[in-house]
Write a protein that binds this ligand. Structure first.
Ligand code: AHR
Length: 322
C-alpha cells in the first residue's frame, strides 16, 4: 500500500499522547486484542463512496483484528457529529472520519482527545486544529481540479467557451479544493463560467441542476465541469433529453474514475476524467494500528491519482476495480 500512497511528513503524530496509557491493541499476555473502531462515513452519495465504504469494510475486518462500528451520515453534518459523540460514549479504541464538511469539528474532536480516543481522518480534510487528529489519508483534491482545468485550458482555452459547473456538497473539502484548482488552471484562458451550482455529488441532483442550466442557457453551453462522475452521468440524461450530444455539443470533464465514469468516457459521452482513488481502507487500517501501538505516523498520506482520455479509459476498463 505504501507503494501507491506517498507519505507527506508535515509533522509526526506521537500516538501515545492521544491514546494515553490504555494499552489498546494488545492484552497483558501479548495476544492481539480486538481493536474497536468507529467509522463516520459521509453517506452513500456516489459510486466512489460505495467503493470507499467497501474498501474500509474489507480492511477493518474481523480477520484483520478489528470490530468496525459503521455509520453513514446521509451527508448531514449534524448526523455525523452525533455519530462521533456516540463512538466516544461507547469507548471505542479509535475513530475514523470522512468529513461531510470541513467546519464545525473542534468541539467534538476535543471531547475525543479528552477521552484519549485517537481520531484519524479518511478521504476528506477538515479545518480543525491539526493537534486534534493523528493523521489524514486521502487524495489531493486541489491537484485533481488543476489536472481537470489544465485539460480544459489545453482543449478549449483559446476559443470563446461557456462553461457550467456541477459542484459537490457545499462546504466539503473536494468541492472547495477542486474549484480552487480548476479555477487556477483556466485563469487567463477564454473559458468563462456561465453558472456553478451544487449537485451534491449525486446522479439525481446532477440531472436536475443540468436541466435547469439547459433551460436557462440552452445551446450556448460548450463545457461542463462535473466535480464527480455521478453528477456528470446524471447530466448526460438531461443533455440527451434536450436534443444535444454529450461529448460533442457539450464537452464534459469529470473527476473520480469509476467504472461508470470511464465507460461514459470510452463511449464518447465524457471527454476527460481525472482519477480520485477510493481504495484507502488498507492504508487507514495500518495507520490506526500504528497510532494505537504508539508508533509515529505521518500527518498526511496522499494517494496517487492518474487521468484518462478516451483510449486510456478503454484500456483501463477491463481491470478497473471500482
Ligand atoms: O470525497 C471524495 C468525493 O466524495 C468523490 O469525488 C465523490 O464522488 C464523493 O462523493
Amino acid at each position: 500500500m505504501k507503494k501507491f500512497l506517498v507519505g507527506i511528513a508535515v509533522a509526526s503524530a506521537v500516538a501515545l499522547a492521544l491514546t494515553g496509557c490504555s494499552g489498546s491493541g494488545s492484552t497483558a499476555g501479548g495476544s492481539a486484542k480486538v481493536i474497536t473502531v468507529g467509522f463516520a462515513q459521509t453517506g452513500s452519495e456516489s459510486g466512489w463512496r460505495a467503493a470507499n465504504t467497501q474498501s474500509m469494510k474489507d480492511a477493518f475486518s474481523t480477520e484483520n483484528g478489528f470490530k468496525l462500528i459503521f455509520n453513514a451520515a446521509d451527508n448531514k453534518p449534524e448526523n455525523q457529529i452525533a455519530a462521533v459523540h456516540s463512538f466516544i460514549n461507547q469507548g471505542v479504541d479509535a475513530i475514523v472520519i470522512a468529513a461531510v464538511v470541513t467546519t464545525g469539528w473542534d468541539d467534538v474532536l476535543k471531547e475525543a482527545k479528552d477521552a484519549n480516543i485517537p481520531v484519524i481522518l479518511e478521504d476528506r480534510t477538515i479545518d480543525a486544529d491539526p493537534s486534534l487528529y493523528a493523521s489524514w489519508i486521502g487524495d489531493d483534491f486541489k491537484q485533481e481540479g488543476v489536472t481537470a482545468g489544465a485539460w480544459a485550458a489545453k482543449t478549449l482555452g483559446t476559443t470563446a467557451t461557456s462553461m457550467v459547473v456541477l459542484e459537490g456538497t457545499t462546504g466539503s473539502a473536494p468541492a472547495i479544493d477542486r474549484a480552487t484548482g480548476f479555477g487556477s488552471a483556466i485563469k487567463g484562458t477564454q473559458i468563462k463560467t456561465l453558472d456553478s451550482q451544487t449537485g451534491n455529488f449525486t446522479r439525481a441532483d446532477g440531472k436536475t441542476v443540468m436541466e435547469g442550466f439547459l433551460q436557462k442557457y440552452g445551446k450556448s453551453i460548450n463545457l461542463l465541469f462535473a466535480q464527480n462522475d455521478d453528477m456528470g452521468l446524471g447530466a448526460l440524461d438531461a443533455i440527451k433529453s434536450a436534443g444535444l450530444t454529450p461529448g460533442k455539443d457539450i464537452q464534459i470533464v469529470a473527476i473520480d474514475g469509476t467504472k461508470d465514469g470511464l465507460t461514459a468516457l470510452s463511449q464518447g459521452d465524457f471527454n476527460y476524467v481525472v482519477e480520485c482513488n477510493p481504495l484507502l481502507g488498507e492504508q487507514v487500517a495500518t495507520v490506526v494500528k500504528d497510532v494505537i501501538a504508539g508508533k509515529k505516523v505521518d500527518k498526511a498520506y496522499t494517494a496517487k491519482d492518474g487521468a484518462f482520455d478516451k483510449d486510456q479509459a478503454t484500456a483501463a476498463l477491463p481491470t478497473r476495480k471500482y
